[in-house]
Design a protein around this ligand. Structure first.
Ligand code: HEM
Length: 512
């Protein structure tokens, strides 16, 4: 980088930092540890920000911390009580998102649901997602696609079992969710799904993590993006996506038949193009860019969904008692109802222990441990502190799931706490603030039902047909249950397990 760029960047940071310190001192703010010039508290985050922030919070007490993360004043919420107060009483003030240049470029001017700042554009996109794409009826309409993709996953495990080989679950579970989400979003499978998966990997690498504009004012941040080649990468990626999505849109417009409009066999792209064509109502103001951004949002969610499956398999292998109990529940359902290879979804809904296991996994391992950052658009008085407008918000769902005030023996994996115990009625739908892996309030994830159906169908298939063991020579104590660094957190080491068929072959399973 040239010395001029460096000097301009440094001067910018100093000005912003001094300004931040001045305004910080004049307000009543939550506890804030000492920080460094320029970077503020950024250096305290480390690779596993949710863990570092949890440690800081236990040291300072209370449920709120106020940090200066580079340029951004940031409120961190780490207890169930503080989350309840904030989300019940100040949700509106904190319903926006911090501006992101990568989101602007890769998400068509932040017009996806997840990147849009709070306002009319976001409200319309969210309504489309909730009412037209991810409603219970629409989720049910994809049951056959889920069953087919889960059967492909079971077949893959059968092949590995027959060959005595291990399965790389990180790889195969993401293969499953990506294929399923791509089919639901665009109707495409095979090579198209593979291409989208590879492109999504490139985009996610550019979208997550701290960006130059988080630390520097606009002009020096732009210089840094230019000097480091980031600007070029973002433009290149945006163009590649646009070419690909334009082809999918064109193919959909060609195949569209009048008698299909509004039917249950529509994929997300069909629905969005229909709403745009209808013009008024919920499709009002929907542009082709907006449609492409929403499609990207939906396909990207395959990542968190597959991480949930991977964490579940890891916890089950680490807790053989729970694995056996869940397999017994599944075996009873399969026997009672003479089920085919993949147990039908109406029967999954009656499996109480399955639901309890998944809640327990999401309590201990929310795939987005700090949710997605919010930003306030108005001042708010939270627990007696004055939080200025323009403050970023991290809700530490990982710490909240381990809050000792909200949970008995929080570090223990014990699904029974959700069956008849004190937490029997606690759910992750956004009203129980001690369990918020999907967030709560206005910005809550609209894909809970879509995600959980995908997780349940695959999990039940994998446990109905196989016992799962650690690879030869590996002991339970060697299983690494730590997280990989990043704002979306899978297991640190991809999970590899050996399947042992309970139904010797897929053909045999199909006959049962
Ligand atoms: C287990 C899987 C999933 C987890 C753990 C998860 C979690 C989350 C979280 C934590 C947020 C942010 C909440 C906040 O800002 O406070 C979110 C937002 C969102 N999720 Fe999910 N999600 C999952 C699956 C899905 C699926 C399957 C879809 C759609 C197909 C989806 C679509 C979205 C969208 C569109 C948003 C943005 C909402 C907004 O900004 O208003 N998610 N999700």
């Amino acid at each position: 980088m040239s010395p001029y760029v460096l000097a301009a960047a440094t001067a910018g940071v100093v000005i912003v930092f001094l300004h931040a310190i001045k305004s910080h001192r004049s307000r009543k703010l939550p506890p804030s540890p000492w920080s460094l010039p320029l970077v503020g508290h950024l250096y305290r985050l480390g690779g596993l920000a949710h863990r570092s922030l949890h440690e800081l919070q236990t040291r300072y007490g209370g449920g709120l911390l106020f940090l200066q993360l580079g340029r951004r004043p940031t409120l961190v919420v780490s207890t169930a009580a503080a989350a309840a107060d904030l989300l019940k009483h100040h949700d509106l003030a904190f319903a926006s998102r911090p501006h992101s240049v990568a989101g602007d470029k890769l998400m068509y001017g932040c017009s996806s649901v997840s990147f849009a700042p709070y306002g009319d554009k976001w409200r319309r996109a969210k309504k489309i997602a909730v009412v037209h794409l991810l409603s219970q009826r629409r989720v049910e309409s994809f049951a056959a696609v889920r069953a087919a993709e889960a059967a492909a996953l079971v077949a893959l495990a059968h092949r590995a079992a027959a060959a005595g080989e291990a399965v790389d679950l990180r790889e195969s579970l993401y293969g499953y969710t990506n294929a399923l989400f791509t089919r639901a979003a665009t109707g495409a499978a095979g090579a198209t799904a593979e291409k989208l998966r590879q492109m999504m990997g490139n985009s996610v690498a550019l979208l997550v993590g701290f960006q130059p504009e988080d630390v520097l004012p606009d002009a020096p941040a732009r210089l840094v993006r230019w000097a480091t080649g980031l600007e070029k990468k973002l433009d290149h990626e945006a163009q590649a996506w646009d070419r690909f999505l334009s082809e999918l849109v064109a193919a959909h417009q060609e195949k569209k038949k009048p008698d299909r409009a509004g039917g249950d066999d529509e994929d997300f792209l069909d629905v969005l193009l229909r709403l745009k064509e209808e013009g008024g109502g919920d499709g009002q103001g929907l542009t082709e860019g907006g449609i492409k951004a929403i499609i990207k949002d939906m396909i990207a969610s395959a990542i968190e969904t597959s991480y949930t499956l991977e964490w579940t398999m890891a916890e089950l292998v680490a807790n053989p008692r729970v694995m056996t109990k869940l397999q017994d529940e599944i075996a009873r359902a399969a026997a009672d109802y003479r089920q085919p290879v993949i147990i039908s979804e109406s029967h999954l809904n009656k499996m109480g222990y399955l639901k309890a296991v998944l809640k327990e996994v999401l309590r201990l391992h929310p795939p987005a441990p700090l949710l997605v950052p919010h930003e306030s658009t108005a001042p708010a008085a939270v627990q007696g502190y004055e939080i200025p407008a323009g403050t970023a918000l991290f809700i530490n769902a990982w710490a909240i799931g381990r809050d000792p005030v909200a949970w008995d023996v929080p570090g223990e994996f014990r699904p029974e706490r959700f069956v008849g115990g004190g937490a029997a009625t606690v759910d992750f739908k956004g009203t129980d603030y001690q369990l918020i892996p999907f967030g709560a309030g206005r910005r809550i994830c609209p894909g809970i039902s879509f995600a959980m159906s995908a997780v349940e169908v695959a999990l039940v298939g994998l446990l109905q047909h196989f016992d799962w063991e650690l690879p030869a020579g590996m002991r339970l104590a060697d299983l690494d249950m730590g997280e990989a660094p990043g704002l979306v957190a899978p297991l640190r080491v991809p999970l590899v397990l050996v399947p042992k068929s309970k139904t010797t072959t897929l053909a045999e399973a199909q006959l049962q």
